[in-house]
Ligand binder design. Structure first.
Ligand code: ADP
Ligand code: MG
Length: 257
């Protein structure tokens, strides 16, 4: 196995407020290797976004540790469910927002933005406003904005859940393909089991809150997942779906009791 990029060791986290404590994560341990694509699934409210926010460094574990193997050289990209594009800016100036904010705007960054817009099929739309683009295109623009920071580790928090089903199939396959080609290590939070199977090297199933790891399922399909739509036709796909469905549905049924 290639080198590790991230280790989560026995991570615990609770939120504290005036009305009490919400225990979100218990004893979460897993590693991510360079170039690996990992999906995290689990019941709503179990602590998935909390886990990503800890990995992104926006919160600190209560106990346990999150170790980036090479913190000086590991840039983290974080993409949320909503595209969060600024409506009054063009797609091009939305894509340049990150470098603009951290004062790193340069000729190279502008060239990178134009290249990514070309690679991701949005060059023709660079001078349009977000409202003039389809949901899938906006999501792609949000991905380009994240990719502008040239991340080594990409965190995706349900990035496709605002899209309708057909768009979602296309966009998740499209973005999955782009990420595979770039070889960036990725952690995707998703509700969609088929999406997780078609995109991932490994799926982590969390229990209901406080989340702990229920199962890690390595995925190996005979149709390679750099084409996630084709990967859904792999003969093993249904077997993975059944295994995953069993793990997840157990959690949903106990979560609702
Ligand atoms: P998921 O992403 O799996 O749906 P979250 O990580 O967002 O779940 O939330 C886990 C639990 O922590 C939920 O019960 C949620 O209500 C609670 N929670 C999330 N953010 C906060 C916060 N800022 N303050 C207090 N409780 C929070
Ligand atoms: Mg969430």
């Amino acid at each position: 196995m290639s080198q590790k990029i991230l280790q989560c060791n026995n991570v615990c986290f609770s939120y504290h407020s005036l009305t009490g404590e919400t225990h979100a994560l218990t004893d979460i341990s897993f590693n991510v290797h360079k170039g690996e694509f990992i999906s995290i699934v689990g019941p709503s409210g179990c602590g998935k976004s909390t886990l990503l926010s800890l990995i992104a460094g926006l919160n600190t574990p209560e106990s346990g540790e999150i170790i980036l193997e090479n913190p000086a050289e590991t840039k983290i990209g974080y993409m949320l469910q909503q595209d969060h594009l600024l409506e009054w800016r063009t797609i091009y100036s939305n894509v340049l927002l990150g470098p603009e904010i951290n004062n790193s705007l340069s000729k190279e960054k502008e060239e990178l933005a134009l290249r990514l817009l070309k690679d991701y099929g949005l060059y023709r739309f660079k001078d349009k406003k977000p409202a003039e683009l389809s949901g899938g295109m906006k999501q792609r623009a949000a991905l380009i904005r994240t990719m502008m920071m040239q991340p080594d580790l990409l965190l995706l928090d349900e990035p496709f859940s605002a899209l309708d089903y057909q768009t979602r199939l296309m966009v998740s396959a499209d973005i999955g393909h782009i990420i595979r080609q770039s070889g960036i290590s990725t952690i995707l939070v998703t509700h969609d089991l088929s999406e997780a199977i078609s995109l991932s090297d490994r799926i982590i199933v969390l229990t209901k809150r406080p989340a702990t790891i229920k199962k890690e399922i390595p995925v190996s399909l005979t149709i390679l997942n750099d084409d996630p739509l084709a990967a859904r036709n792999a003969p093993e796909f249904q077997k993975y779906f059944s295994i995953l469905w069993k793990e997840v549905s157990d959690e949903y049924s106990t979560a609702n009791q």
